[in-house]
Design a protein around this ligand. Structure first.
Ligand SMILES: [Zn+2]
Length: 293
């Protein structure tokens, strides 16, 4: 059989089917191994560098720290977090399938540290910072997700979210004048999955949150294109998934893990060099309020 370029007729047929149709806006950026906060964007950007990061297994566990917040109950936190990940997992990729990633709540954990342990059990944690926001480099961030990855392959090993309840009033209500927890979680869930900020102000992955808005709860076309590119559509049976993190799951931080504790050990795996990227979420109004202060 002769090889030939696709005919015009074929191209026209595909265009009618939407396959070659120009897309409105599918701009998204993935976090990459280029430190300190590299990206790989679509369309490509001049500053793109490194390997885009991603979870390499379809199933990933997450846990809210058991004390949650004085202002947000554990139940509310888990509910909002669940809804946030459902938004990503129920995105409709081209062809109708859902992204090939499943993030499962493994129950509350004791560990309140952002850490990845190369020699002890791990947990991907969600921690509320009630009294002090411990990030001088992003003093007014409403939230921060810290992702640890393999610097060579870009495989994500661990991701932890912190929520700044010390400075912001996060709420569960649909109509709110404050800061919508589910919106903030949905944005941070994007970072958890390996996405960086989107230049599109209508995207959930836009770097700045507008107080009172619940718009980040639902994904924009850019966000959907991003998650589907990282995790091509695939059917996942959550019951058959391995959600154990590298070096096993441990609800306790490394310093409290002792031999014979109940940490579920996974197979021994040696890590290569690990890198860390921390992505925050800024707030529009605070800047205004602080002007001249
Ligand atoms: Zn962000």
């Amino acid at each position: 059989m002769r090889h030939m370029a696709p005919s015009r007729t074929l191209a026209a047929a595909l265009a009618i089917l939407g396959v070659l149709a120009p897309r409105a806006a599918e701009a998204y950026c993935r976090a990459s191994t280029c430190e300190p906060s590299g990206t790989r964007c679509t369309p490509e950007q001049a500053e793109d560098c490194g390997v885009a990061i991603k979870w390499t297994r379809p199933c990933v566990g997450i846990s809210v720290q058991k004390d949650a917040s004085k202002k947000i109950s554990l139940y509310d936190a888990r509910t909002a977090l669940h809804r946030a990940f459902v938004s990503w997992q129920e995105a409709k990729c081209d062809g109708g399938g859902a992204p090939g990633v499943s993030v499962q709540d493994l129950g509350a954990v004791e560990c309140d540290q952002v850490e990845y342990n190369g020699k002890a059990g791990n947990a991907n944690v969600v921690v509320f910072r009630d009294t002090k926001w411990p990030h001088p480099s992003g003093p007014h961030n409403i939230a921060l997700t810290t992702v640890t990855y393999d610097t060579k392959s870009g495989e994500i090993f661990d991701a932890d979210m912190e929520i700044n309840v010390a400075q912001y009033q996060l709420t569960m209500e649909d109509a709110t004048a404050d800061y919508d927890l589910q919106s903030v979680f949905t944005h941070e869930a994007g970072h958890f999955l390996g996405l960086a900020h989107s230049p599109d102000s209508s995207a959930t992955m836009f770097a700045v949150y507008t107080p009172g808005s619940t718009a980040f709860r639902s994904l924009a076309a850019d966000d959907v294109a991003g998650v589907c590119a990282v995790y091509p559509a695939q059917t996942i049976d959550p019951a058959k998934c391995n959600v154990l993190p590298r070096h096993g799951f441990s609800p306790a931080c490394a310093e409290k893990q002792t031999e014979g504790s109940c940490a579920l050990r996974g197979p021994a795996t040696r890590d290569g060099a690990v890198g860390i990227v921390a992505l925050g979420l800024a707030v529009f109004a605070l800047r205004r309020r602080r002007r001249g202060a």
